[in-house]
Design a protein around this ligand. Structure first.
Ligand SMILES: [Zn+2]
Length: 409
């Protein structure tokens, strides 16, 4: 492709709207517009990635050197551009949306079940106030929450441990759409708002988090204003229709797979089972593959193998000579970007670095008088002179690169 056909516009400075260094370089190098939409150059790059992904035998993302996290359905990469709140494990690369993430609920120490005992807890209608009043940790309390399934009026009594937070997303997955029960509905079920538990209630649907049956002697509501029970024990004091995971994973909890502490952060969705999010992938690649001058995508990911440019000259028609070189590359199916502008050398060198093709080929009159052109790999500062005739000698793309690699080391 020619630079003029792609109408590339590069920027000297990082736009202040860019939130990551990769995003800043994609804007500066003319791959994306200020609204993150793809330019023609960006579209070619994404199409190229799409083709690579389609032809990849092994997992495409795994081979790209990305730091990725996976559950069974989705793959993510950490990025401050991302709008997904991810819970992830740096040790084993487990990662899932925070609302759905699972974690290792360590079995609490076994204790003998003590007798149920009513205790006065005035003004303790929250777990924090209750734990402080009784001088116990939140993990020795249980928390009751009452919901009504939308469209069916089914009343569900949910119990999770006091030190856990309910994952509304996990509840919704199991129950469907729901709303909070009103104080009237709670009282109608026989419970007391602020002091509720399933103990002593009949004809109520109870669901408990799977940590509840493993926990001993929990403080629970006594269904009486200002009173709780000490030493409530699941199965002895109440039973549930369902035992399921309803707790929200938090930063620091042990990983479900390896037990190491989980972390949280913003992430971009990289892939689902069906497709790769190529636009998001471009941002993550730009975050990884750049230096202080611009992008430097590896050859297999770069839309162009080389940045071909002429230095405008009054003595020789460097542009026409470069144009014929360009046609030879096109004929050999080697993708190159021909900077056909009559700009100063400095401007073109800067843009070559920004756009970041793996190889820069420069046709200038000083070297051309000796029949030579200059090669420079994007990621080194070394230049190499080669015979212009030989540049057109090699046949296929692979043999061209074998030759280039021999010259540039
Ligand atoms: Zn892990």
């Amino acid at each position: 492709m020619k630079y003029s056909e792609l109408a590339i516009i590069t920027l000297r400075q990082s736009p202040n709207i860019a939130r990551t260094i990769g995003q800043a370089f994609l804007m500066r190098a003319g791959y994306i517009n200020r609204d993150n939409s793809l330019t023609p150059l960006g579209s070619i790059t994404v199409e190229n990635l799409k083709m690579l992904a389609a032809n990849s035998e092994t997992s495409f993302l795994q081979g790209l050197g990305l730091e990725i996290y996976q559950d069974h359905e989705e793959t993510f990469s950490i990025s401050s551009l991302g709008d997904v709140e991810l819970i992830f494990c740096p040790s084993c690369r487990y990662g899932d949306r925070a609302e759905q993430a699972t974690f290792n609920k360590m079995d609490p120490d076994e204790e003998s079940k003590l007798p149920l005992e009513e205790v006065s807890t005035p003004g303790c209608s929250t777990i924090d106030s209750l734990a402080e009043y009784l001088h116990i940790p939140g993990s020795k309390t249980s928390k009751a929450m009452m919901f009504v399934k939308v469209g069916s009026d089914q009343f569900v009594f949910v119990v999770i441990r006091g030190d856990m937070q309910l994952s509304e997303s996990k509840l919704k997955k199991a129950l469907g759409d729901f709303r909070l029960a009103t104080p009237e509905e709670i009282q109608k079920a026989g419970a007391q708002p602020g002091y509720a538990s399933p103990i002593g209630l009949n004809n109520v649907t109870v669901w408990v988090d799977d940590l509840i049956p493993k926990s001993y002697n929990l403080v629970a509501g006594a269904n009486k204003p200002g009173f709780h029970y000490r030493n409530s024990n699941y199965s002895r004091d109440y039973a549930a229709e369902r035992i399921l995971d309803l707790s929200k994973a938090e930063c620091g909890y042990p990983c479900i797979r390896c037990g190491q502490p989980l972390k949280s952060g913003n992430a971009l969705l990289m892939a689902t089972r069906k497709s790769i999010e190529l636009g998001n992938l471009l941002f993550v690649l730009a975050d990884i593959y750049h230096d202080d001058k611009g992008l430097c995508l590896p050859r297999k990911l770069s839309p162009f193998d080389a940045y071909l440019m002429h230095l405008p000259s009054k003595e020789l028609d460097t542009k026409a000579i470069t144009e014929s070189l360009y046609r030879e590359f096109v004929a050999r199916d080697i993708p190159v970007l021909f900077d056909d502008r009559d700009e100063r050398a400095g401007v073109k060198f800067n843009d070559a670095d920004l756009i970041g093709s793996p190889l820069r080929i420069t046709v200038g009159d000083r070297n051309l008088k000796n029949g030579m052109v200059e090669l420079k790999p994007r990621i080194t500062n070394q230049t190499h002179l080669v015979d212009i005739e030989k540049l057109g000698d090699t046949r296929s793309r692979d043999s061209f690169w074998d030759w280039i690699n021999r010259i540039t080391g």
